[in-house]
Design a protein around this ligand. Sequence first.
Ligand SMILES: Nc1ncnc2c1ncn2[C@@H]1O[C@H](COP(=O)(O)OP(=O)(O)OP(=O)(O)O)[C@@H](O)[C@H]1O
Ligand SMILES: [Mg+2]
Length: 251
Amino acid sequence: MLRVENLSKEFRNGRGRSAKTVHAVKDLSFQCKPGEIYGLLGPNGAGKTTTLRCLSTLIKPTSGNVVIDKYNVLEHGQIFRSKIAFLTSDMKLDGYFTPDYMMNWFGKLNKMQDDEIEQRKKKLFIDLQMTDFIHKKIDQLSTGMKQKTAVAISLIHDPEVIIFDEPTNGLDIVTSKAVTDFLVDRAQSGKIVIISTHNMTIAEKLCHRFGILVEGELREEGTLSEIIEGSNWDNLEDVFFSYIMPGGDHV
Ligand SMILES: Nc1ncnc2c1ncn2[C@@H]1O[C@H](COP(=O)(O)OP(=O)(O)OP(=O)(O)O)[C@@H](O)[C@H]1O
Ligand SMILES: [Mg+2]
């Protein structure tokens, strides 16, 4: 079980008198259990990436905590990291190397044995349909191929928790489906999956539960039917609009 407990993150922008505090995430709490795909939705600037970066130990929360089983992000950063895969759209891969080489490198970084790395690579390359390009330089790969490579690298150590920030951003529908099918498969094998997305169709199809984040606050949470039942709308997109444009007359 992953628990986000009263998580807040503030950024201080600028210096001196003109400095401003941005409350990117405000008192956010939610849970995600093994086998579940949780979708964090929200407009630009809502605090999704900030939340996911706190969950992934990349930035320290201003207050609150994140707990996986008996470990928490504040006290057990290293163990916590070993349990997590984090993927973000601004992940830069060194173009000179090949996916195969990068997988070996990250496998060793995660203290994996050679045979373990080979097994993991084999599975991930097949599952993500990468076998045609694993020996090409990353510079020569398409956006979708690079994204698949980033997905594979993030998962080399077979983590319990998969945290992907907009995993299908910029991908064609075939590559997007390969990535989402893969996430479904991982969840079915008992992993915890948390994603952020702007794509409501993907969210509806993929996620078991949702959190709608607006201005750093969780305004709505639940399964699709729970969210729809508590609203005047019959689909996720309309419920979403009702939170980001309250009082608006969207149809
Ligand atoms: N490193 C930072 N320093 C200062 N402010 C930041 C930093 N990172 C994020 N912010 C601010 O925090 C708020 C939330 O940003 P965040 O990137 O989490 O939003 P988001 O929901 O991921 O948006 P998007 O859909 O555009 O990716 C924004 O106001 C942003 O400007
Ligand atoms: Mg973001």
